[in-house]
Design a protein around this ligand. Structure first.
Ligand SMILES: Nc1ncnc2c1ncn2[C@@H]1O[C@H](COP(=O)(O)OP(=O)(O)OP(=O)(O)O)[C@@H](O)[C@H]1O
Ligand SMILES: [Mg+2]
Length: 601
């Protein structure tokens, strides 16, 4: 049973709207659970979570605390019920091709059409996440960095705005499916009154203006808004200084219960690197008192991007035995098959010349990876660029390596049995692990010194890069391993006990051994191969690994593999491609589709 601090107790004593802006691991979510428990059971309480992983974790925490009068939702799940179900919209994803086809019907599409369609999509998303009533209230030009592209857009700005309005109107009239951004915007414009007495809004630093507007409009309810402005990492989803938008009395929590003082000090110095491009930020963070070491039960590798995590997971799993289990926060499918342009499988199929298997029409239309890279540069799709780099690195061996990852991946309900979790920093917000390893793709202080000279990089953008590193560091409860570049120059303390540097000579293979012997190992998260030396000798030359029997051939169909099969089949993904991804034969895929009555016997 947790004994609340005076700071936490003070929050429980409040009766009106409040805002709690407090550091990582200081017990914000715990305080919200205690707050709900302290209210009368007849009170209707809404806990608004930012994303699915925070939502799942909250459901578990409220149940554990025996609180039954709390409904846990995300803004999107509320809007889904309020708009999509109510008005019968069909939701879906739009690729730039679909938007281009809608905007330029009967025309032979050329790359410029796709670039325009991508801009229309970004423009519409900006509008949907804002509090604007009309598209004309947004000046999209402010968001374009490339001078040549800005010139082109400025020249045709009225037309771009018209296209954006046409695109939004088509969703409204149900001529095309409705995007997630759009139904949330419709929900806000509908002025919903949520039937709750109290609204607990966690991770509010990442709320977009449209989410803030929905919560602020609930004047009949008491609102407890919780966040950490240094953990704002969703600027790309339009969150900007969101905590400041709630002008309620402010409370704070300064004691972290998650990690020892050494990690707290590292987190403070990391946040302070913002001084290189903005006034020195204020941050007070006290760690826990030293305690006897307890066994490490949960371990995570945290990366900035999907692709770097996949690269790390491939290195690790290749060196482990069959019993080694992994879990990707949010499920591995979302790391492999994003609907966005960065989908690894599409890039791989372009590399292999298997155009018939490419789902994304934009990718399909490119002659080769070079042309795709040029497109990703113009539209700023960094995820796509990283996918191209990974495909260039592993070549034809990549499908069997991905099949191996899937084979070792556990089902969601078995998440706690995984030997290692992999997560992007965005997917593990609010979560904690005994031991954390950071990938080498974070923006560190040396890079900041370079980036701050770049006129295209705003201080807000740089601050978010620092926040990403701060969030990742503060997921660690006991031990943190990180590349030395990620340690700020001002952090002069000896690396011992809870923090260890990842050395270039360390290998992924040593990870487990290190945990059991209480030693410290890691490898550089750079381009270096992590394959054990003895294996390296016998390794096939790059791109010529023999085709093995598919990894999962003859094994049981898990629930998530079956879900994946159904959804990919419905999207029109060719069975051969599904077979490759699931590590099964094409015959097995066909049999399963028959069994599920998705194709004729
Ligand atoms: N008063 C307390 N005494 C002891 N442990 C506590 C107390 N309050 C919270 N904790 C523990 O501290 C850890 C961090 O708590 P919690 O997840 O609520 O922090 P948070 O501020 O929400 O973190 P984040 O910023 O990552 O969302 C948890 O393991 C929780 O059980
Ligand atoms: Mg929390």
């Amino acid at each position: 049973m947790i004994k609340l601090t005076d700071e936490q107790q003070a929050i429980l004593s409040t009766t009106g709207n409040i805002r709690i802006n407090a550091v990582a691991g200081s017990g914000k979510t715990t305080t919200l659970v205690a707050y709900a428990k302290s209210r009368h059971p007849s009170m209707r309480i809404l806990y608004l979570a930012f994303n699915k992983s925070v939502k799942d974790e909250a459901i578990r925490k409220f149940a554990e605390a025996g609180v039954n009068n709390v409904t846990v939702e995300t803004a999107h799940s509320l809007a889904f019920r309020g708009v999509v179900r109510r008005y019968g919209f069909e939701i879906g994803f739009h690729s730039p091709l679909m938007i281009a086809q809608f905007l330029f019907p009967d025309q032979h599409l050329i790359p410029d059409h796709f670039v325009t369609a991508t801009h229309v999509q970004h423009f519409a998303s900006l509008f949907c996440n804002s509090t604007a009533q009309k598209v004309s209230e947004i000046d999209y030009r402010k968001y374009i960095k490339d001078p040549a592209e800005l010139k082109r857009i400025d020249h045709h700005y009225d037309l771009l705005e018209l296209h954006t309005r046409q695109y939004l109107a088509a969703m409204h009239k149900r001529q095309i499916v409705c995007s997630h951004d759009f139904y949330l915007k419709l929900f806000q414009l509908d002025n919903p009154q949520l039937s709750f007495d109290t609204i607990l809004f966690d991770e509010a630093q990442d709320a977009s203006p449209v989410m803030v507007a929905i919560v602020k409009a609930q004047n009949h309810a008491v609102r407890v808004v919780v966040g950490d402005s240094h953990q704002q990492i969703y600027r790309w989803r339009h969150a900007v200084n969101s905590m400041e938008l709630f002008d309620y009395p402010q409370y704070t929590l300064t004691q972290s219960f998650r990690f020892p003082q050494l990690i707290a000090d590292l987190a403070i110095e990391t946040v302070r690197t913002k001084r290189h491009f903005m006034p020195m930020p204020q941050i007070v963070l006290r760690g826990t008192e030293p305690t006897a070491e307890v066994p490490i039960k949960t371990r995570a590798v945290i990366g900035r991007t999907n692709i770097s995590l996949l690269a790390e997971a491939i290195s690790l799993v290749k060196s482990k035995g069959e019993n080694y289990k992994i879990w990707f926060e949010g499920h591995i499918n979302s790391y492999l098959f994003g609907d966005e342009e960065g989908s690894l499988s599409d890039v791989l199929n372009l590399f292999n010349g298997k155009k018939e298997f490419i789902r994304n029409e934009m990718v399909k239309r490119c002659v080769d990876l070079e042309e795709l890279k040029e497109y990703s540069k113009r539209t700023g799709e960094t995820q796509l660029t990283r996918s191209i780099d990974l495909v260039n690195k592993h070549g034809k061996a990549l499908p069997s390596l991905i099949a191996l990852l899937r084979k070792r991946h556990v089902e969601p309900e078995m998440r706690h049995t995984a030997d290692c979790c992999f997560s992007t920093v965005h997917r593990c917000k609010g979560l904690e692990y005994d031991e954390v390893f950071l990938c080498g793709d974070f923006t560190h202080e040396k890079m900041i010194h370079v980036f701050k000279e770049d006129p295209d990089r705003t201080p807000e953008e740089l601050a978010e890069e620092v926040n990403l590193l701060y969030v990742a560091i503060t997921r660690a409860k006991q031990r943190l391993h990180l590349p030395k570049e990620c340690v700020p120059e001002s952090f002069k303390q000896p690396m011992r006990h809870s923090i260890k540097l990842i050395r270039d000579s360390d290998s992924m293979e040593k990870l487990d051994a290190a945990a059991s012997r209480k030693e410290w190992f890691w490898r550089s998260a750079g381009e270096r191969s992590a394959q054990p030396k003895r294996e390296r000798k016998t390794r096939e030359p790059k791109g010529s690994e023999p085709r093995e029997k598919p990894g999962s051939a003859g094994t049981f169909w898990s629930k998530s593999d079956e879900e994946f099969l159904k959804s990919e089949f419905k999207k029109g993904t060719p069975p051969r491609m599904i077979a490759d991804t699931l590590g099964r034969t094409r015959g097995a895929i066909t049999s399963r589709l028959k069994l599920l009555h998705l194709i004729e016997e």
